[in-house]
Design a protein around this ligand. Sequence first.
Ligand code: NAP
Length: 188
Amino acid sequence: MKVSIVAAVAQNGIIGINNSLPWHLPEDLAFFKQTTLGRPVLMGRKTYESINRPLPGRLNVVLSSNTHWKPAPAKDGTPRSVITHPATLPEGNSTQIATATSLPDALKWLSSFEQVFLIGGSHLYQQALEQNLVDELILTEIHQSFEGDARFPQWNRELFREVERIANTATPERAWGFDFVKYAKVDN
Ligand SMILES: NC(=O)c1ccc[n+]([C@@H]2O[C@H](COP(=O)([O-])OP(=O)(O)OC[C@H]3O[C@@H](n4cnc5c(N)ncnc54)[C@H](OP(=O)(O)O)[C@@H]3O)[C@@H](O)[C@H]2O)c1
């Protein structure tokens, strides 16, 4: 199973503020959807709560140390059902929520999938990088600094090499540009 980090990162390392994104960047939301659709996405509980609904067309696995954690009901009040580790998982493209209480448990649980995307936040990125679990980073590198309270962790760039960079220049509506960049783990 390939483990890919997906994150949008400001020039100063910021990824979030007040449990939301510091910028409005529809191109990045579209890129994120195109990248992750049909595959499982793994996220921390705060990131799930910032989205506050399962991402459609993806199995949403939420990490929380609280075994009683439940997602908020849908807008019409319908409770959202949750699959808890270690039940059998549905397809990666099913719009469902699953929960696990540890990163190793979650990854073991997801091991039959070809690829899993770690979609944040900083706590989850940090653990995965520190524990050397990441095969690929797919970063949106924003050429602007932002204020925030969540940041992308320091990572060892020597363990990865840049394999793709798609540049997006500034526009009259957007004063800064950004790049979609892929870093692949270097084989030892
Ligand atoms: N720019 C981007 O690409 C991007 C992407 C995602 C998120 N964000 C931003 O990042 C911020 C949220 O990040 P964050 O670091 O504060 O929170 P987070 O990583 O989303 O969630 C942290 C929570 O996840 C649970 N968790 C994480 N690792 C765990 C583990 N190994 N075992 C058990 N539980 C675990 C814990 O929940 P419990 O407390 O319930 O135990 C922990 O408190 C928001 O501002 C969001 O908008 C930005």
